[in-house]
Design a protein around this ligand. Structure first.
Ligand code: PAF
Length: 285
């Protein structure tokens, strides 16, 4: 595995690989790798001849009071995991390498951001879209892999790839969970032991809502039940628990469309998100 800090060096190396006709799978990350990232890397490894991951905690996607400084970092651990998972190139740039003194152009996302995390994180998805535009241009991958835990991010990236005509195939990979159902996240280490114990109820409430919808409840009734359950079982504050169409992220007008049920819970030092996607494959009629 090659560790590369410079944009021009990575470009040169990948151009060489591509002139040999090799496909490139790209996994953009902010590091502190866990099983969830590894499942993206494994998917990329299976489907491509060359695998590139980036580790870059992107300041542009963190708001003023957010956890940019507290975001967990452990590059030695990440290097070891990436090497073991069969990564070919680990791109690990500094903020100065990516943005110079200050970016002069950024990307603005107009749809799919006025709900869920976008509501309480103004500018977050603009920062994500900006860094991904840069990373897609630097790496120019055949396929890019994203975890469906950040389902709103996947919806935004789908729009970015389509609107900016990136010749990249987007691959969304299912959520990896702890044994008790908690969605894996780099941020889980910042939960207190009590918060970690009760956080299991987030995924439980989502499952409850999914089952109710699958058994014929209206999304509104199922959500009310799920919100009641969650309020009764956690001390964290519920930022949202919503059901929307996916990937459009609009109000549900037809229960036969694909639906996302998504939750965010704010704890003392960390905000957790989770979701389930209900694919409705019934024939429309
Ligand atoms: O999901 C993440 O880790 C980040 O939002 C991403 C896609 C690496 C962009 O900084």
């Amino acid at each position: 595995m090659k560790i590369v800090n410079r944009i021009d060096e990575l470009r040169t190396m990948l151009t060489e690989e591509k002139t040999e006709g090799k496909t490139v799978g790209f996994v953009p990350t902010m590091g502190y790798l866990h099983e969830g990232h590894l499942s993206l890397i494994h998917a990329a490894r299976k489907e491509n001849e060359v695998v590139v991951i980036s580790i870059f905690v992107n300041p542009l996607q963190f708001g003023p009071g957010e956890d940019f400084d507290q975001y967990p970092r452990d590059i030695e651990h990440d290097e070891a995991l990436a090497r073991e998972a069969g990564v070919d190139y680990l791109f690990y740039p500094t903020v100065a390498e990516m943005y110079g003194e200050r970016p002069t152009v950024t990307v603005k996302v107009h749809e799919r951001t006025d709900c869920l995390c976008g509501k309480s994180r103004p500018g977050h998805f603009d920062g994500v879209a900006t860094v991904l535009t840069k990373l897609f241009n630097i790496v120019a991958p055949t396929r890019a892999y994203f975890g469906l835990k950040d389902a709103q991010q996947v919806a935004v990236v789908e729009g970015l790839i389509r609107d900016f005509n990136f010749p990249i195939e987007l691959v969304g990979v299912d959520i990896k969970r702890e044994e008790d159902g908690l969605a894996l996240s780099s941020r889980n280490v910042n939960l207190t032991p009590e918060e970690r114990t009760e956080a299991v109820h987030i995924s439980k409430s989502l499952r409850l809502i999914r089952e109710a919808i699958e058994n014929g409840s209206t999304p509104a009734a199922a959500l009310a039940e799920g919100i009641g359950y969650l309020q009764g079982h956690i001390t964290g504050s519920i930022d949202y628990l919503e059901a929307l169409s996916y990937p459009e992220l609009k109000s549900i007008t037809d229960v036969r469309e694909t639906i996302i049920v998504a939750a965010a819970v704010q704890y003392s030092k960390v905000r957790l998100i989770d979701n389930v996607i209900i694919k409705n494959e019934q024939p429309r009629g």
